[in-house]
Design a protein around this ligand. Structure first.
Ligand code: 13P
Length: 249
């Protein structure tokens, strides 16, 4: 059975004072059935890891550089993130793809570096609205999976997040049928590429305007193993409600 995963992506939000949300989350959900992860900005990783130690909340990063070290001003290697206390890293988020021009080859190299540093990777895929309108969703997802996911993965160290670009931060979500279609498709692609054992073990998260009010219906969809949550992960009350919905799914 796949352990469900509630992952929060704080994006470029959060100062040290906001670590109180982690205390509140841990106090309200001391022993969730689901795995709980927060990916704060890199400035907070070590502080959050220290604060969350021994509790239910794991800490992750939002991106990493593909190189182990070197002359890359402003960047962070996977080993640095692991050293700071991260156990996961998100790669290929659509905001990285758009803001920093990261393509599938970059994402795959970052994922490889993360795995080599002992991190689990959450590889993001998702279509734009124009691509969905042109009925290209599954082709886009297929290409991103083939290009962004490295070969040497296990059922444990790879997570896929399906995040339709048009659903991120907009309050709009696909229908549950649309989510199910893409998640079933991703599952089939993973099984075809990695075999049934690995393919059935990889968690597939949905991301894009997940809120307490829509979490239950999204978590009832086949092959939805959790969520990657942006805005609603910033407050312990909202994220806690999403964790509770996932625990009950
Ligand atoms: P929102 O939940 O704010 O739509 O963001 C989703 C997301 O991009 C998570 O990575």
């Amino acid at each position: 059975m796949r352990v469900k995963l509630a992952a929060g992506n704080w994006k470029m939000n959060g100062l040290a004072a906001d670590l109180a949300e982690i205390d509140a989350l841990a106090a309200a959900h001391p022993a969730p059935r689901s795995e709980v992860l927060i990916c704060p900005p890199a400035t907070l990783i070590s502080l959050m890891a220290a604060r969350a130690a021994g509790g239910p909340v794991k800490v992750g990063a939002q991106c990493c550089h593909p190189a182990e070290s070197g002359a890359h001003t402003g960047d962070l290697s996977a080993a640095m993130l692991a050293d700071a206390g991260a156990s996961y890293v998100i790669v290929g988020h659509s905001e990285r793809r758009a803001d920093h021009g990261e393509g599938d080859d970059d994402v795959r190299a970052q994922a490889r570096a993360a795995l080599a540093a002992g991190l689990r990777v959450i590889v993001c895929v998702g279509e734009t609205e124009a691509q969905r309108d042109a009925s290209n969703t599954l082709d886009i997802i297929s290409g991103q999976l083939a290009g962004s996911v490295p070969d040497l993965v296990t059922g444990d160290n790879l997570v896929i997040a399906y995040e339709p670009v048009w659903a991120i931060g907009t309050g709009r979500t696909p229908t549950t049928d649309q989510i199910g279609e893409v998640h079933d498709f991703i599952r089939a692609r993973l099984e075809a590429r990695f075999g049934a054992g690995v393919g059935r073990s990889v968690r597939i998260l949905y991301g894009g305007s997940v809120k307490p009010g829509n979490a239950t219906e999204i978590f009832a969809v086949s092959n939805v193993d959790g969520a990657l949550v942006g805005g609603a992960s910033l407050k312990a009350t909202d994220f806690g409600a999403i964790i509770a919905a996932l625990d009950e799914a």
